[in-house]
Write a protein that binds this ligand. Structure first.
Ligand code: MV4
Length: 495
């Protein structure tokens, strides 16, 4: 049982609701914060209490540490959950929260700081026998020395910002002649983006798969991993589809990577939920990339295959409890897939398409979970992330989870704005995805806006069915059943 009675959730949208749901199940009261753009938002309605923290722009509201802490004090909250994004990986915020006598539901500010610096993170994990991509372990000071190291590693190489992460500030160098120019660019980009111009180099893995491990640590030094997630389907470093487990890991590889992930967490005295990112090369060698010291967007797929509530565990750990199970108690049950539904137009280079949800009907049924923060008639505010929802399916195996996802996407009805649902259906039907033979270049390799027209929408199927029946029988039909049967045949013929 926990000493936490009231949690302030320093976030908005689906993740704020996700956290408050678990809090409520645990008998813990909830406080929402909101900006002027979110007065009518669902997370505000869901909470027991809500506090206005400022105008719409994030840096005047959700990112204002002073206002968030003030809201917690005002309402008598004893803990703060940061969700993801916003202040979740801000070591200063974590420190401030604890300094004010509140509990930060997340890792220590020291862990956040250490893992936030990619070179410091590599140095820490290297003492724990975790495989690293060949490269430099210190910031590059001297271009000529760096060139010598680069030619030893072999081109292409990648220049990364030490203060970066999530793909920001990376530069590929194909040949030595380009080295100096790319390094100058990387340094000045890093300096202006992060206020720290330190860069380092790594061998560039050309067709990487992105596989991450969910880890949990407690304040007593126990660490476990709760398996892997495959996150290779992304565009511009933004994930669009995630699944658990990864279909290319053998049980042996999973054990080895899981042990490495646990060691990464141990190297920084980690507690709470965290994610260890690896890349795999085409030989399936794995390398540590970085650790994300927060609950991730895609955490539901792990929850589905383990039956664990990761937010509940975060709260129990923050309150000082030990993790209530051991590594050997854990096992994977079936397969889960998540697609992110963004208010973006895939036919128009995924440009944000902000507007009103004229129709909004969620899919339902066995093995389907929708984590969202909107209702029909609501407007997607332009100030924040354009993610409308996460659609998650869980079934006994990957094939069934894909079939369920296709059914769920077809049932999902959103009008008023363009969404990435059609794009996600395209992926579910693609041979490379179905076979599991894909890497992080999936979208650039296979997706063109024209591909979307190839997937029949439910409406088109009905029209096609009526046409098929007209052609077959020479008569017009109103027989729904016949139309549906003809429709499914027509659909199979197209795939
Ligand atoms: C790499 C890499 C290839 N080689 N490092 C991108 C996000 C950041 N976490 C690190 N990233 C990469 N680091 C080496 N040495 C390729 C990527 C990368 C990537 C990684 C994971 C998921 C998607 C990606 C898309 C492009 C590049």
């Amino acid at each position: 049982m926990t000493n936490i009675k009231k949690i302030l959730v320093a976030n908005r949208g689906e993740i704020a609701i996700r956290v408050m749901r678990t809090a409520r199940e645990m008998g813990i009261n909830t406080v929402a914060i909101f900006s002027e753009a979110d007065r009518n938002a669902l997370h505000v309605r869901y909470a027991d209490e809500a506090v206005l923290v400022g105008p719409p722009p994030s840096n005047e509201s959700y990112l204002r540490m002073d206002k968030v802490i003030q809201a917690a004090k005002l309402t008598g909250a004893d803990a703060i959950h940061p969700g993801y994004g916003f202040l979740s990986e801000n070591e200063e915020f974590a420190r401030l929260v604890e300094h004010e006598g509140l509990i930060f539901i997340g890792p220590s500010s020291e862990s956040i700081k250490l893992m936030g610096n990619k070179l410091a993170a590599k140095a820490a994990v290297s003492k724990f026998n975790v495989p690293l991509v060949p490269g430099t372990s210190e910031p590059i000071e001297n271009v000529n020395e760096a060139k010598i190291i680069a030619s030893e590693i072999g081109y292409p190489i990648l220049i990364k910002a030490s203060a970066g992460g999530g793909g920001k500030g990376m530069r590929i160098v194909q040949q030595e002649a380009d080295f100096e120019e790319q390094m100058d660019r990387a340094t000045s980009e890093a300096r202006s983006a992060f206020g720290d111009g330190s860069v380092f180099i790594e061998k560039y893995i050309t067709k990487p798969r992105h596989i991450e491990f969910q880890v949990l640590g407690d304040k007593h030094g126990n660490v476990v991993h709760v398996f892997d997630r495959e996150c290779s389907i992304q565009r511009r470093h933004q994930k669009v589809i995630e699944e658990a487990p990864s279909c290319i890991l053998t049980p042996e590889k999973r054990v080895a990577m899981g042990e490495a992930a646990v060691n990464v967490a141990k190297s920084c005295g980690y507690y709470s939920a965290g994610t260890v990112e690896f890349i795999l090369d085409d030989q399936l060698n794995f390398y540590f990339l970085e650790m994300n010291t927060r609950l991730q967007v895609e955490h539901p797929v792990t929850e589905e295959i383990t039956g664990l509530d990761l937010v509940q565990l975060q709260i129990l750990i923050a309150a000082g409890d030990e993790i209530p199970f051991n590594q050997k108690d854990l096992k994977i049950n079936g397969h889960a897939i998540e697609v992110r539904v963004y208010a973006e137009d895939p036919a128009n280079n995924f440009l944000p398409d902000i507007g009103t949800l004229r129709t909004y009907m969620r899919p339902q049924g066995l093995g389907i979970r929708v984590d969202d923060g909107f209702e029909q008639g609501m407007e997607i505010p332009f100030y924040y992330d354009p993610m409308i929802a996460k659609l998650i399916t869980h079934a006994q195996n990957r094939e069934a989870a894909i079939a369920k996802m296709i059914r769920a996407i077809q049932e999902y009805e959103i009008t008023g704005i363009q969404t990435t649902l059609g794009f996600c259906e395209f992926v579910m039907h693609h041979d490379a995805f179905i076979s599991g033979n894909f890497d992080t270049r999936f979208v650039e390799n296979y997706f063109t806006p024209g591909a979307l027209q190839q997937i029949p929408s439910a409406e088109e199927e009905k029209i096609a069915a009526a046409l098929a029946s007209l052609l077959a029988n020479g008569t017009k039909t109103n027989d729904n059943e016949l139309a549906i049967r003809a429709g499914s045949k027509w659909k199979k013929a197209r795939l």
